[in-house]
Structures are given as C-alpha cells and as structure tokens.
Design a protein around this ligand. Structure first.
Ligand SMILES: [Zn+2]
Length: 71
C-alpha cells in the first residue's frame, strides 16, 4: 500500500474509494489544525463535541461549526 506523508487517512484504509477519502482528508485536516484560543491565545483550543469548541487552558467555550470554528 502506498502511503503519502501529506494525507492523514488513518483508520480509513483503501475503503470507500478516492472521492470520500479526499473529503475525509480535508475535514480531518481542518479538525486537527492548530487553533488559537481567542481568550488566552493558547493553542490548546480544539473541538470537544460537534459544534462545540473549547480551550483546555482557560476553559473558554464557543459554539462553532461541526468541523471548523466560525467566529
Ligand atoms: Zn484559552
């Protein structure tokens, strides 16, 4: 199996064909992207549930999109 370094398709393997895998990669990259907390500036900011984003450092919580924060 050929594995490229740029894609993060762990757990998906060669299933589902190319198109959904590409979509999954885009979403996954959005999800794992480093974000800064708008309150304290920490990078410990991430999604805790679908649509809910929180900072692990200061506890700041915000409602956002499912895969990205829209402020
Ligand atoms: Zn914070």
């Amino acid at each position: 199996m050929v594995k490229s370094k740029s894609s993060s398709l762990k757990g998906l393997g060669a299933k589902y064909g190319l198109k959904p895998r590409k979509k999954f990669t885009a979403v996954h990259r959005l999800l794992k992207a480093k974000r800064r907390c708008v309150e304290c500036g920490s990078t410990k900011f991430g999604r805790v549930a679908v649509g809910i984003w929180a900072c692990k450092k200061c506890g700041f919580k915000i409602a956002g999109m499912a895969y990205d924060v829209k402020v």
